[in-house]
Design a protein around this ligand. Structure first.
Ligand code: NDP
Ligand code: PHD
Length: 363
């Protein structure tokens, strides 16, 4: 058996960082050898640093408890210990972009959960089932950064994962106009009900920056690598408008969507396209890949957050209530797990794809 890749998690103490720690505790390909956070946490053991703010079901994995948190800004020191890093830091965008680029330039590949580099044209933003070929752009990014191994790769925003997989399965029917409204869990803001009591019995009709991401990120995912521009060129054949709402749910982003198609699919064609949609992760048998990426639920009252959010360990997407609309062609409801598929789980599956494609190797 080949040796596991040595991985560091920066931002390891936050909500997404904790999810990384849980997902990587027994990972067959990756071994956590470094955990890092702000200077404030540096020097504490992981158990001390998350004491009183551990948000996962289950306890801190034994092998991580005693690891000493490092200062994420010590790029050379951390780079010397790892083959690549997962980034779950929460800094302002310019600082995040700079820090992630510093790691890449130190020849440490970065698989990031952060939005800072999503619109850097030569950074692939990937849902492994949908656009695995976008990693082709990494060669251009390495050229720009002057690196041999180092690069940055990102996963998209969590809320788009409740409707973008369905629209991707239906690209053959040429969707061109979409309304997508999202109903987003509080863990998306890194919170629980304990630290955000105002959300109990409440709905907040604003999530900063979210609507722009919901409307634009799917277009980059449906784009293509342009060899002349050395960049990913977003698709321009679909327009999406959205409203994003915070709702009193802990895990699970729901979306309602309305779609117009150039072609005229039947309901059965749409359902078949969802159920048969499968990609590179399934073909390659990646460890985190769901067997079934998208399930279609026939019952009128599904998908429900309480019953369906953990479909395929939170890596599958549930779609239901597909019906004809009198203004648009079709409408449906989608559900995905915002910290599994939508955050750390999506990043881990993407790293598995990058390893299978030969982009992540031992240093
Ligand atoms: N929560 C979610 O579902 C999703 C989150 N994201 C994104 O993932 C990232 C992390 O989110 P989340 O886990 O919720 O955030 P948290 O606020 O829970 O955690 C932030 C992490 O960043 C670290 N950090 C803060 N300041 C610095 C610094 N100056 N230098 C180094 N590390 C620092 C914190 O360390 P310390 O403990 O020392 O302060 C902590 O580990 C964000 O970019 C977020 O937008 C993306 C998709 C979904
Ligand atoms: N904004 C999302 C979570 C998030 O952090 O998204 P992004 O990865 O685009 O920063 C939410 O609050 O539910």
């Amino acid at each position: 058996m080949t040796e596991k890749l040595k991985v560091g998690v920066i931002g390891a103490t936050g909500m997404v960082g904790q999810r990384f720690i849980m997902l990587l505790a027994d990972h067959p390909w990756f071994n956590v050898v470094a955990v890092a956070a702000s200077a404030h946490s540096a020097g504490k053991t992981y158990a001390e640093a998350v004491n009183g703010r551990w948000k996962m079901e289950g306890t801190v994995p034994e092998k991580i408890k005693g690891m000493v948190i490092q200062d994420a800004s010590k790029v050379a020191e951390i780079s010397a210990q790892v083959d690549f890093i997962f980034s779950a830091i929460s800094l302002d965008k310019a600082a995040t972009r700079a820090l992630e680029e510093e790691y890449a330039k130190a020849e440490t590949p970065v698989v990031s959960n952060n939005s800072a580099h999503r619109w850097t044209p030569d950074v692939p933003m990937v849902v492994p089932e949908i656009n695995p070929e976008h990693t082709d752009v990494i060669k251009y990014q390495r050229e720009r950064l002057g690196t041999k191994h180092g690069f940055i790769a990102v996963k998209p925003n969590c809320s788009i994962q409740s409707y973008t997989p369905a629209l991707s399965a239906w690209r053959q029917f040429e969707p061109y106009e979409v309304i997508a409204s999202t109903y987003q869990a509080i863990s998306g803001a890194g919170k629980t009900f304990k630290d955000w009591p105002e959300m109990v019995g409440n709905v907040i009709p604003y999530i900063a920056g979210e609507e722009e991401k919901s409307e634009q990120e799917p277009l980059k995912i449906w784009g293509h690598v342009d060899a002349d521009k050395k960049a990913i060129v977003p698709a321009d054949d679909t327009v999406i408008t959205s409203q994003c709402i915070r709702v009193p749910i802990l895990y699970g982003h729901t979306a309602t969507a309305f779609v117009k198609f150039h072609k005229n699919p039947t309901k059965q064609q749409l359902i078949d396209a969802l159920e048969n949609y499968s990609g590179e992760p399934q073909r390659l048998g990646l460890p985190s890949a769901p067997k079934q990426f998208i399930q279609y639920m026939q019952a009128d009252d599904r998908p429900q957050v309480a019953k369906d959010v953990n479909f395929e360990h939170g890596m599958g997407v549930s779609i239901g209530r597909l019906r004809e609309d009198k203004i648009y062609d079709w409408k449906f409801v989608g559900l995905s797990h915002n910290t599994a598929r939508g955050a750390a789980g999506g990043s881990v599956e993407f790293a598995e794809l990058l390893k299978a494609q030969g982009y992540l190797t031992q240093k």
